[in-house]
Design a protein. Structure first.
Length: 231
């Protein structure tokens, strides 16, 4: 666990701490596990690799949502994670809304971000789910089924743009559904999902891959990232 800014952030880490840092940053639908097949291969290229669970996701703390700017809060968490990992800069590889957060940090603290590599955004949730308060969705009759269908639909649409698939697609989706159902996660997921409205703020180097490449095509993802980092 990384202790920063009063919260504990989970990170799956590989590689020597003396090697350059890569932070893998998930999007609104996922968690560190989206990168589970890419952490060790990237570390083998000579990097200290950390796949982060953002605040409110996965194994990280889920404090009561705070009023204010979600992007500012998550940007600060990312800054704190880099320092807690023992580094003064990082290359950030970000998926979906993670790219918005990485870009915000690169703009606010350019000395901390060596490079930003980004994957495309995944399809958004339906409008009703996107803007409804989490407490309302959780109280809906069959609310869990409604959310599960939305997660499955978005995953399927993103999958069309990502081929070939070499990882277990059903396992990847099951992990996302399980993470979404964790107590107190949904308010954070929805708040992060709304950052996609700031997609025009994304900066960095776009990877020529589908939005789920890191999840279901890990070999292609690692190969493309390795080539880009060597360029």
């Amino acid at each position: 666990m990384l202790h920063t800014r009063g919260v504990r952030l989970h990170a799956a880490v590989a590689g020597a701490p003396t090697d350059p840092l890569i932070v893998l940053l998930h999007g609104a639908y996922g968690g560190w596990f989206d990168f589970r097949h890419t952490i060790a291969p990237l570390a083998s290229l000579g990097y200290h690799v950390a796949a982060l669970d953002q605040r409110g996701f996965g194994l990280s703390d889920k404090p009561a949502p705070r009023s204010g700017d979600t992007l500012h809060l998550l940007r600060g968490d990312l800054k704190g994670a880099i320092a807690t990992l023992g580094h003064t800069e990082a290359t950030i590889i970000a998926a979906d809304t993670g790219a918005v957060i990485a870009s915000a940090l690169a703009e606010a603290a350019p000395h901390l971000v060596r490079r930003t590599l980004t994957l495309p955004a995944e399809p958004p949730l339906p409008l009703l789910l996107r803007h409804a308060p989490a407490r309302v969705l959780q109280r809906l009759p069959r609310g869990r089924d409604v959310l599960d269908r939305a997660w499955r639909s978005g995953f399927a649409r993103a999958l069309v743009e990502t081929s070939p698939h070499t990882a277990d697609v059903e396992e990847a989706l099951a992990l996302r559904l399980r993470a979404r159902r964790i107590d107190n996660a949904l308010p954070h997921i929805l708040a992060t999902h709304r950052l996609r409205g700031r997609g025009g703020d994304v900066r960095g180097e776009a990877l020529d891959l589908g939005p789920l490449a890191h999840v279901v095509a890990p070999q292609a993802f690692v190969s493309t990232v390795g080539q880009r980092l060597d360029a």
